[in-house]
Ligand binder design. Structure first.
Ligand SMILES: [Zn+2]
Ligand SMILES: [Zn+2]
Length: 143
C-alpha cells in the first residue's frame, strides 16, 4: 500500500470518514463534477444573502449547485453514510470531539467546553468511560 500524506499527517480514527482519501480515489472527471458544483453552491449561498444584484440568480445557483453536489457525491460515495461515519474534520486541522463530533464553531446543543484534547464536556458527563481517557489533556474553553 502506498503511503500518502494527509493534511494532518495521520489516519482518521474508527467511525470517521477519511474524505481526503475518498477524494484521491476519484477520477479527474468525478472531482471536476463535485468541485464545480461545490463552488457554484457556495457562491450562490453567499451571494443570496450578501446583498448582491440578481438575488434570484444567486438563489438558483445555491439550490441547483447544492442539488448537483448532492447527486455527484451520492454517485461516487454511495456508502458514505454507512455506519454513521462522520467526515473526519481533524484531517482539516479542526479540533473535534471524538465522541459527538462537535467543534469550536459548532458546539453541542447544551453549551460545552473542551475537557480533553478531543473530548467535550457534554460527552464527559454522559460517557463514564470517557472520564478515565480524558486524562491530563489540555483543557480549553469555547467562546
Ligand atoms: Zn462531545
Ligand atoms: Zn460538545
Amino acid at each position: 500500500m502506498e503511503s500518502r500524506p494527509t493534511i494532518a499527517g495521520a489516519a482518521p480514527p474508527a467511525g470517521r470518514l477519511d474524505v481526503d482519501a475518498a477524494w484521491r480515489r476519484l477520477s479527474a472527471e468525478q472531482q471536476a463534477a463535485i468541485g464545480v458544483a461545490a463552488i457554484t453552491a457556495m457562491l450562490g449561498d453567499r451571494g443570496r444573502s450578501g446583498g448582491m444584484l440578481l438575488p434570484t440568480g444567486y438563489e438558483a445557483a445555491a439550490v441547483e449547485g447544492e442539488a448537483l453536489l448532492a447527486a455527484a457525491v451520492a454517485r461516487v460515495l454511495p456508502d458514505a453514510w454507512a455506519n454513521h461515519a462522520l467526515p473526519d474534520l481533524a484531517l482539516l486541522g479542526i479540533r473535534t470531539c471524538r465522541q459527538c463530533g462537535c467543534t469550536d464553531a459548532c458546539g453541542c446543543p447544551e453549551p460545552c467546553c473542551w475537557v480533553g484534547a478531543e473530548l467535550c464536556s457534554g460527552c464527559l458527563e454522559t460517557g463514564p468511560g470517557a472520564v478515565a481517557s480524558a486524562g491530563s489533556a489540555s483543557v480549553g474553553s469555547r467562546p
